[in-house]
Design a protein. Structure first.
Length: 235
């Protein structure tokens, strides 16, 4: 790449505010605040996705969508409640000459009829932002025919060692009605790792911990069994 092309690329990248660090050309990254390349290594996503259909829910700037495409996925759907022009997705897609599809919508609206089914579902850094996390897991299961990678903030229960040990195997979640978590009013829940594991398992997935770092945890979730039944009481 000559100097003019390099400067033009940097100018184009500089027009956008970025959350993800995406390598546009070798050595040139978008200046995202999240170190997504490091996160990708921690998640241990499959190196070869040849022929796979991948759904990236909460794709935002699209790092993981474009990474799935790079790893050979036959079709990648980036799904987000923000339109692509309000994030860096549209810019990154153009600069990468990507074929990743983007759809605007809510996780609560996912269904096989609307988006089809996918071999791999990515649900990274989203669930603790949701007012209805169990409904989201129900919808995700309906479109997943293989496995899901789920990553989230979790609470480590900063309390006495005795109480922490007592609650170790109790599924507890802290509710944040305001901006108590990271001064962000879109953060609603801080489940314990055990609570999140049980939420996932109750929806027909067998979760395996991939990595834990800072206040984060990541699970590989294999679709293995029926979800717990939903009871409807007579009115």
């Amino acid at each position: 790449m000559d100097t003019i092309e390099h400067d033009s690329l940097l100018e184009e990248i500089g027009k956008q505010k970025w959350f993800h660090r995406i390598e546009i050309v070798p050595g040139v990254f978008t200046p995202g605040t999240e170190d997504t390349p490091r996160k990708a290594k921690l998640l241990k996503l499959p190196a070869d996705l040849t022929g796979k259909r991948v759904l990236d829910v909460g794709a935002y700037d699209g790092f993981f969508s474009f990474e799935a495409e790079r790893r050979g996925a036959s079709h990648v759907l980036a799904y987000d409640h923000l339109r692509p022009e309000f994030t860096g997705f549209a810019t990154a897609k153009r600069l990468l000459n990507s074929k990743v599809e983007h759809r605007f919508g809510s996780v609560y609206d996912l269904s096989p009829a609307k988006v089809g089914e996918f071999d791999l579902v990515l649900f990274l850094g989203v669930i603790y932002h949701l007012r209805h996390p169990l409904l989201a897991l129900e919808r995700l299961r309906s479109v997943c025919r293989g496995e899901m990678y789920l990553e989230s903030h979790v609470t480590q229960l900063q309390t006495s060692p005795e109480l922490k040990e007592l609650l170790r195997n109790v599924p507890v979640a802290v509710f944040h009605p305001g901006a108590e978590l990271n001064n962000d009013p879109t953060n609603w829940w801080s489940p314990t790792p055990f609570c999140l594991e049980q939420m996932i398992r109750s929806h027909g997935f067998e979760p395996t911990v991939i990595a834990e770092w800072d206040s984060r945890i990541a699970f590989r979730c294999e679709k293995t069994h029926d979800p717990l039944p939903f009871y409807v009481w007579d009115q």
